[in-house]
Design a protein around this ligand. Structure first.
Ligand code: MN
Length: 487
């Protein structure tokens, strides 16, 4: 996994003399050091910038340094913002403006004009904010005391979204076969997506995968089987069927590694030369951080990989999901999500079980898959759709519950949730916005982080929350349609 860091760029000027600048420099270094202890990625104090040249130089360096995932700026003193124009005009990395102050309190006795000249972030950050607004820069603004837990948490969340941007720009997606015949929402403009989000989406033949599968050795399968035994309960004696999934996993991983891909798709309509639809194979791959989308859905596959990378410890609880069926009893309305086989076990409440069952569709042999219930707690579902000329990211807040029935005859992983604002309005909003049946369900990436990500990527963002109504959303979408046509 790549190691990322963020750069702390502190604005000032020569007006205050060398002593003040030295103090600002020392304090900025101290703040970066201290905050790094609580942040998910290191914050490195890069420069206390006093000139146009220094700002342009640090921006150019940030643009070309692959480890720099973004810059965080702050103005301890006043930093005249025309100095920032040339640098900002060239900035290609995510940018957050931390509007903070070194001291928490106004010191009653100590305060005099020297103190005021040194500690003037309140107007320094306003001058700095103006130029961001004037240049229409995609930026995050976080205000508050730098040692405050909430401020650090928000900064950390933004950092994770920015790492999602860096990861996205390098992402390669491996497609086996095309999209499922006739399906609209899984389609999209791959050229536009590459220009906008960086994804390299390309196809490899299923026949090549079948050849590589045939060449997988028993020794390799043995060692993957012992890993399965450590991680999952075997609820079947049909070891051969499980071994076949191990063979599939090893071959898919080998091809992805060879091509540098972090996400893949396949479709049950194109499994030429394969006996089973990859189920357990896909689930174990996604547990390791790979993205996946069924039915050739390369957009949801890429989004799964990105949201996993944005999540806890760089591989969070996020998974490819599909809205399947509703429970519509008044006052007890729930959605049931699942997929044919491939839901990532990072969502599991308990240890997943390996089971073998026939597939209802696709005409292949019985397939081994992990069966489990999803965790309880707040989560989101996210869907990226191609609106023709632009991408729209739709995120809905949900509350996952313990499934209200055991559903003993349902042979797949399942998650049950309450959608916001409620099931029926939530469905109406989702349908109005054109959200897909495929989503990424995430327990540890928030709607706020997805909003930050969409802003950094310069794509449309739609949030369906407890406060959304279909009427308000319809109006919002009409306005957005106009805005995005003009952009
Ligand atoms: Mn599907």
């Amino acid at each position: 996994m790549k190691h990322y860091q963020f750069w702390f760029v502190v604005g000032s000027q020569f007006l205050y003399g060398p002593e003040v600048l030295e103090t600002v420099d020392d304090r900025a270094a101290q703040m970066a050091r201290e905050m790094s202890k609580a942040l998910p990625y290191p914050l490195v104090h890069k420069v206390t910038a006093k000139t146009n040249q220094e700002i342009s130089d640090v921006v150019k360096e940030a643009n070309f340094d692959a480890s720099c995932a973004g810059i965080i700026t702050w103005c301890h003193t006043f930093s005249p913002s025309k100095m920032w124009i040339n640098g900002f005009a060239q900035l290609q990395k995510p940018y957050c403006h931390l509007a903070t102050q070194y001291n928490r309190d106004i010191p009653n006795d100590e305060i005099d004009m020297d103190f005021m000249n040194l500690n003037q972030a309140a107007h320094g950050d306003r001058e700095h904010g103006f130029i961001g607004a004037r240049l229409r820069m995609p930026r995050k603004v976080i205000a508050g005391y730098w040692q405050d837990e909430m401020v650090q948490e928000r900064l950390g969340n933004w950092m994770k979204a920015a790492v999602g941007v860096a990861f996205s720009k390098d992402l390669k997606v491996m497609r086996f076969g095309d999209n499922m015949r006739e399906v609209a929402v899984t389609e999209g403009d791959k050229v536009e997506v590459q220009a906008k989000l960086g994804w390299q989406v390309n196809t490899w033949p299923v026949g090549e995968l079948a050849e590589i599968m045939d060449a997988v050795t028993d020794t390799k399968i043995d060692s993957l089987m012992s890993l399965y035994r450590e991680q999952y309960d075997f609820a079947t004696d049909d070891v051969d069927t499980i071994r076949y999934q191990a063979r599939e996993e090893i071959a898919i991983a080998k091809m992805m590694e060879r091509e540098g891909c972090r996400a893949f798709t396949n479709t049950f309509q194109d499994l030429y030369g394969m006996r089973q639809l990859p189920g357990l194979a896909t689930q174990h791959l996604t547990q390791q951080g790979y993205g996946y989308g069924g039915e050739g859905d390369w957009k949801v596959s890429a989004m799964t990989a990105i949201m996993k990378r944005m999540g806890e410890n760089g591989n969070g609880a996020s998974a490819f999901m599909e809205d399947y069926t509703y429970h519509l009893a008044k006052g007890h309305e729930y959605s049931l999500g699942a997929h044919m086989l491939e839901v990532c076990p990072s969502l599991a409440e308990d240890k997943p079980r390996i089971e073998v069952h026939p597939l209802g569709i696709g005409g292949r042999e019985d397939a081994a898959r992990l069966v489990f219930e999803g965790k309880v707690g707040p989560a989101i579902v996210a869907s990226l759709v191609d609106m023709g000329g632009r991408l729209r990211l739709i995120v809905q807040d949900i509350e996952c519950v313990k499934p209200i029935f055991p559903m003993p005859n349902l042979p797949v992983a399942r998650v049950m949730w309450k959608a916001m604002p409620n099931l029926t309005s939530g469905v109406e909003c989702w349908v109005i916005a054109g959200g897909a049946h495929h989503t990424v369900l995430s327990y540890d990436v928030t709607a706020g982080q997805m909003r930050d990500w969409a802003r950094m990527m310069d794509i449309e963002f739609v949030h369906i929350s407890k406060d959304t109504t279909p009427e308000k959303l319809e109006e919002e979408l009409m306005v957005k349609d106009l805005v995005w046509k003009l952009k």
